[in-house]
Write a protein that binds this ligand. Structure first.
Ligand code: THU
Length: 139
């Protein structure tokens, strides 16, 4: 597995932001950090839970939404997910990831100690629901 300095920086950022996780209900802290094709900037997010559990925002979606808010549409190049033991993104995050990933996107599963695995989105979500299923209006 080739860990570039950019991926290492994402891992550090994901470990840092994980410490801001607001997880009083699950006590399961998650950090995510990503870089895009559009900018060298690293975007990060942690999970933010809510007393109304369904209102919880996952770390990955938090990072993706802040990247889109800053840059507009993005293509994610690398995303590093930090949990206590390596864990897959949840189904809802995979769906949101699928909107902004391509076949080159790398997803790294990590703990605060090390980066474990590198994946493509299709490893987690082999068949995707995407905009080609929608009847979009023509210009
Ligand atoms: N969580 C994430 O942040 N990302 C995932 O992909 C899976 C789950 C969070 C949501 C909740 O705050 C906690 O982990 C336990 O489900």
């Amino acid at each position: 597995m080739n860990i570039t300095p950019e991926i290492e920086s994402c891992w550090t950022a994901a470990c840092e932001v994980r410490q801001h996780a607001y997880a009083p209900y699950s006590n399961y802290q998650v950090g995510a950090a990503l870089i895009t094709d559009q900018s060298p900037q690293i975007f990060r997010g942690c999970n933010v839970e809510n007393a109304s559990y369904g209102a919880t925002i996952c770390a990955e979606r938090n990072a993706i939404l802040s990247a889109v808010a800053a840059l507009g549409t993005i293509t994610i190049r690398d995303l590093v997910l930090v949990t206590r033991e390596p864990a897959s993104p949840c189904g809802m995050c995979l769906q949101v990831l699928s909107e902004f990933c391509d076949s080159e996107t790398r997803i790294f599963l990590a703990s605060p100690e090390k980066i474990f695995h590198r994946h493509a989105l299709t490893d987690f979500l082999p068949i995707q629901f995407s905009s080609d299923k929608l009847e979009l209006p023509h210009d």
